[in-house]
Design a protein around this ligand. Structure first.
Ligand SMILES: [Zn+2]
Length: 86
């Protein structure tokens, strides 16, 4: 008698396990936590703050690509740069 109960339980467990595995398969692809180069830090030449390259404000200044943390820094940098060159 106990063997039958064990057998039924085994089938139930297998059934749930199979269901769980099939259900988990598509979501497992979403779990891929790729660490792209987005963590690369760049320095704001104006306030000297380090900011992630992806969120940084990219501006070309005199042919050079510079990264700023915000538009305010970029404008201040441009103004300051003009003053320095005189
Ligand atoms: Zn800044």
């Amino acid at each position: 008698m106990t063997r039958l109960i064990f057998f039924v339980l085994l089938i139930l467990v297998l059934y749930y396990l199979l269901h769980y595995l099939i259900k988990d398969m598509p979501s497992s692809k979403k779990k891929v936590k790729g660490k792209p180069e987005s963590e690369e830090l760049v320095q704001d030449p104006y306030c000297q703050t380090y900011i992630p390259k992806q969120t940084a404000l990219k501006k070309k200044v005199e042919g050079q690509l510079l990264y700023f943390c915000c538009d305010k820094c970029f404008k201040s940098y441009i103004q300051g740069d003009v003053k320095n060159s005189t």
